[in-house]
Design a protein. Structure first.
Length: 313
């Protein structure tokens, strides 16, 4: 279990930038794309997931969280009429990932099920310019001294250094580029769900792992600054609160703290709606809170859609 994003940054030699990169924010803010035309539909799918898709009085998170995700993806796919290349995408579930690297004198590995992975025929272009990448040389990574940066990580004996993009990327597979990872924290019991900070750390580790495995598949194991950086996105949600992330792998030379760093943009804790009232709240025979969705946040939906469109629009 990762303590948080700061630890994940050190492990992956990554500089954090708050907010979305300009390339994604530009999609959110561009009225010509007509994203606002889909807002009403997005509000409708929230109601569908939270209020109507069940015979229970109040649906459980493990039910409404995946339903909401599927419905949002369906809205995103509607854009393929306008942008045909969006149809060149594939959602892969239960994809396994393994990536191994050395950091200082520690051998590290991220492996396991990496959420739901959307693959694409073409990679997302780099979001940071050559100048921005070179400027990361001056960035000083935070250390945890006297605490070991690997605190809380599970120690295992590694008999084989795996770098594997999983079953998703067999040779000749047309959708060979990882695009966006989706993590659904849909456990009903709060203690079984990752806290938002832990979720962001997990999202960063798996976006990095997918990018590193892809880089090694393309360029071999020799550590180097990549001529063409690899971008992998990540979205995490519990069915109400969303985390958005864009990760750019600039270097596979991860042993020392010197030189070019990787980059991650994180937009944290974005509510899609404030509250879902499944049954009206009545006091003294007066409805004080009607049933329905309140506080719908169209911008959060637009960010979800913008990450989906990123690399195509």
């Amino acid at each position: 279990v990762f303590a948080g994003v700061r630890q994940a940054q050190w492990l992956t030699k990554t500089k954090l930038v708050e907010g979305l990169p300009a390339a994604v924010q530009g999609i959110v803010d561009n009225p010509a794309l007509g994203l606002q035309e889909l807002e009403e539909r997005a509000e409708h799918v929230v109601s569908h997931a939270r209020l109507w898709d069940t015979t229970e009085v109040a649906p459980r998170r493990e039910q409404y969280c995946p339903v909401l995700f599927e419905n949002l993806i369906h809205i995103c796919r509607l854009m393929s009429g306008k942008y045909p290349s969006l149809s060149k995408r594939m959602l892969a579930r239960n994809c396994r990932i393994a990536a191994t690297w050395e950091r200082e004198s520690i051998l590290l590995q991220v492996r396991g099920l990496s959420g739901i992975l959307m693959n694409s025929m073409t990679p997302i272009p780099p979001v940071a310019s050559k100048e921005e990448i070179l400027a990361t040389k001056d960035h000083v990574l935070e250390t945890f001294y006297p605490i070991a940066p690997t605190i809380d990580l599970q120690e295992v004996n590694v008999y084989k250094e795996l770098n594997d993009t999983g079953q998703c990327f067999r040779d000749g597979y047309p959708y060979s580029h990882p695009h966006t990872l989706f993590f659904l924290e849909s456990a009903n019991v709060r203690t079984d769900r990752f806290r938002p900070e832990q979720l962001r750390a997990k999202m960063l580790m798996f976006a990095f792992g997918n990018a590193l495995a892809k880089a090694k598949a393309l360029h071999g194991d020799d550590p180097k600054v990549l001529e063409q950086p690899i971008v992998v996105q990540s979205i995490g949600t519990d069915g109400q609160l969303f985390q958005f992330m864009v990760f750019q792998l600039n270097t596979t030379d991860l042993v020392s703290n010197d030189g070019v760093k990787n980059l991650v943009w994180i937009d944290s804790d974005q509510n899609l709606y404030e509250r879902a009232q499944c049954v009206p709240e009545v006091k003294k025979k007066v409805v004080v809170k009607p049933a329905g969705i309140s506080g719908f946040q169209p911008d959060t939906f637009k960010k979800f859609l913008a990450l989906y469109l990123h690399g195509t629009v």
